[in-house]
Design a protein around this ligand. Sequence first.
Ligand SMILES: [Zn+2]
Length: 238
Amino acid sequence: MTKKNNFSDKNKIKALQCCDRHCCLCGKQCATNIEIHHIQPVDKNGTKEFDNAIPLCFDCHAKVEMYNEKHPKGLKYRYEELKTRRNQIYDKYTSPYLPSIDFKIISDNSTNTNPSDNPSKNPKLSRFLITNTHQYLPCKVKTTFSVYHQKKLLHKFDKGVYGGQDCWHLNANSSANVPPNFLGLAKNKKIPKIIKQLQVQIEVIVIDKFGWEHKLLPVSWIWTPTSKGWYYEPFSVK
Ligand SMILES: [Zn+2]
């Protein structure tokens, strides 16, 4: 393996912190007897990115490398299996540092310049509210918003804090409470004049202090003219 394919020190340290120096196959604590293996080998287009790294003890590293395609014995470790097992170990050792995140879309009249306008009749009178409810752990959060009208995609954000790129920084016991830019409707000409059913699906990734990403299930909030505001929808848009 050439040096340019080695994992960077930054990625190695992050991997070792995420598993707390436990082998990501057998689970034992390794102290210094640990190596970072390329899940997808470099000679098979494997990269030096963090997602291709798995910390292993010497024994497990040897076993992963040992399988002979020309003389198969037993079942080899597949790339997906190695990643899943690694993710389980990373989750196990980072979850104590994972704060609880509460997020929702609410109807809100506070930025309304026309007090007679009723928030339950106008989906633009709303806010996105995201809270880190933990007492002392800070975290970063990435959110990706998709807006649908009657299940048809109107707008999916692909940049900024609504497009999964920039992170919300949430200290312990703190919230971000923002006006409805998340609707992404202002520049979107596809929005119908009469809104029948508006659905905002939100995918959230919570990043702990080690930089490990915990992906939550996608959930939605729906607004209809008769719903008296937004309501929670636990299913993904099909
Ligand atoms: Zn092991």
